[in-house]
Every structure is written in structure tokens, then in C-alpha cells.
Design a protein around this ligand. Sequence first.
Ligand SMILES: NC(=O)c1ccc[n+]([C@@H]2O[C@H](COP(=O)([O-])OP(=O)(O)OC[C@H]3O[C@@H](n4cnc5c(N)ncnc54)[C@H](OP(=O)(O)O)[C@@H]3O)[C@@H](O)[C@H]2O)c1
Length: 332
Amino acid sequence: MLPTTMKAVLVTEPGGSDKLKIAEVECPKPARGEVLIRVAAAGVNRPDVLQRLGLYPPPAGACPRLGLEVSGEVVATGGGIGASLQGKNVMALVNGGGYSEYVVAPAGQCMRVPSGLGMVEAASLPETYLTVWQNLFMKGGLQAGHHVLIHGGSSGIGCAAIQLAKMHGAFVHVTVGDQEKANFCKKLGADFVYLYKQEDWSQAVLNNTGGQGAEVILDMVAGEYVDKNLSCAKPGAKVIVIALLGGRFVTLDAAKLMAKQIVLTGTTLRPQTSEFKAQLSRVVESVLEKGFSSKQLQSVVQAQFDLERVADAHDLMESGKGMGKIVLKVSE
Ligand SMILES: NC(=O)c1ccc[n+]([C@@H]2O[C@H](COP(=O)([O-])OP(=O)(O)OC[C@H]3O[C@@H](n4cnc5c(N)ncnc54)[C@H](OP(=O)(O)O)[C@@H]3O)[C@@H](O)[C@H]2O)c1
């Protein structure tokens, strides 16, 4: 028997983490093509913080509550998807509402939990790995032997990017804010780590690639980074912007784009169609199974908090001290 109400995190008004509160809300019902997940754990991502601040409104049709990824048990299914998911433990990218006891997800966005992983670790995977796969491999065409530059190396996204790139035989360059983060990224497999507050990372990438530059650059900073990315991109490189932590407006030397025939692009996962996310989920599901079972991938959960401590989880993320992922524990 499913409950009619459940606990969920609400944002009372845009602002600080004090605007987060737990309330009793109506339990969602799965529509055709959807499942209802009893949430075990929910991943915390920077876009949740931006949404709480009022800077990242959810796309039309998405649940307006926070939470983009969960793990848990499928406890009910809508029509049109058969019975194979019923009662299964899954991890899933959700269209909002993950910070709650129950959430609906399109069936195609549910993925098998990789062998040997617990539900807390599983909840930390969908958002970052789907984002990174889409950008490094689908958009960026990253291949073995390529050099890839990843900004924000110690972030949730950065950790997934370092590990996936190493798993696929690339040389990994990352930028980080301090030495502790540098050591962390080295342990995860990064080949070259640059402390962006102390050194000219763009010149360093050129030095470490024999003057050639990187084939793929994954940029969550934008702002002043974009032109510097063009300086250390190899001719024909893909430079992909996925966030604007350093500012949305950019001055760049377009001559570098022309002379090197660089492709400058960007993506955002959330507004993509369910069909696209389902296809991406099938690919990433098998990459994760292979990566975790061969130990080429490892979980990077830095901290876990009970749902009631959601404000502490957001404070940790905003402190800038985060390395890896933060997860909310919702049920046993
Ligand atoms: N486009 C998409 O589809 C998509 C999907 C998911 C996430 N994202 C974005 O990707 C970013 C990372 O997400 P996350 O959840 O992994 O975040 P996170 O774990 O909180 O990490 C953010 C990282 O950004 C770095 N940083 C912060 N401000 C910076 C600045 N001004 N200049 C340079 N670096 C800065 C920090 O590292 P240092 O201390 O080393 O600077 C930190 O490691 C977020 O902005 C998020 O919105 C985009």
C-alpha cells in the first residue's frame, strides 16, 4: 500500500540554505512510461544550489522541487512498461524532486546499480556520469591517446570526467583551486594538475603536449577561461562549456577559432528529451557496470547527510571545500 503523502524538501523562497525546509507533500503517482521510486538516497549537485538561489529555474513540465538523481526501489509502475522493473533497486536521473521519500522517473532513465555498490554510492552517479558521457564522448569525440583538459577537476563532474577519460585511455589535464584538490585528482588518475590561482594553466597544457594542445576541453567556468581554452586547444579541438561559474559573458579572440578550426559548443542535460536521456542511460549503464566491476571507476562520495540535514549538505557544497560527491540519505 503506497502512502498518499511523503516528506520532501521545499525551497520556501529563493535564497540561502536556511530557505530549505522539509514538508509533507502529496506522494506522486507514476504516469504511463514512468515508475515510482522509494528513495534510498539522493545525490546533491551544484545545479540544485543554483536552483535554490533562484538562478536555475526547472524546465517546463519538470517537478519544481530539488533533486536530479536518486537510488531506490521501484515500488509502482505506470502503464506501458511491463513488470520487469517492479521491486528492483535502481539508480535514476529524475526530472526534479529527488530530495524526497518518493519520486517518479521515466522508466528509460532507470539504470542498474553497478555490482558491489551500495545505494548511497549509486545515488551519486547518474547526473555526473550522464553529463560527462554526453560531453566528453558524444560531443567531444574523446579517444584513447587524446589529451583532455577538465576544469574543476575535484568537482562531482570533474571526478567522473577524470575517471571516464582515464578508463578510455586519454591523457588527463585538470585545473583545481588548491593543493589538497590537486592531490585528490592525482589519486583519481589525472596525469597533469594545474593550480589555477598560481600558474598559467593554458601555457602549461601547451608545454605538456609538446606545443600541440588538448583535443577536448570540458569547461564549467566560462568567463575568462574561454579565450585561454582556445589558446591551449589543438587545431580541430572541441571546447565544450557546461557551466558558467566564472561568468556568462566572454571576450575571445575569434582569430584563434578560425586559424585552429576549433569547435566551441555547450550543452545542458536537464532540458533534453526523455528519449535522449533514456538512450544515454543505456550506454552509461553498461560503461558503469564495466568500470566499477573492473575497478577502473571508484565511488567519490565525500559526505552523506540525513535528509533532515539538507541545509548542511548545501552549505558544504557552497563552501568550496567539496571534493567529489555529497549524498542525502533518505531511507534504509
Ligand atoms: N551542463 C550540464 O548539463 C551540467 C550538468 C551537471 C552539472 N553542471 C554544472 O557543472 C558544474 C559542476 O557541478 P558539480 O555538481 O560537479 O559541482 P561541485 O562539485 O560543487 O564543483 C564545482 C567546482 O567548481 C570549481 N569552481 C567554483 N567556482 C569556480 C570559479 N569561479 N572558477 C573556477 N572554478 C570554480 C570548484 O573547484 P575549485 O576550488 O578547484 O575552483 C569546484 O570543484 C556546476 O556549475 C553545474 O551547474 C552542468
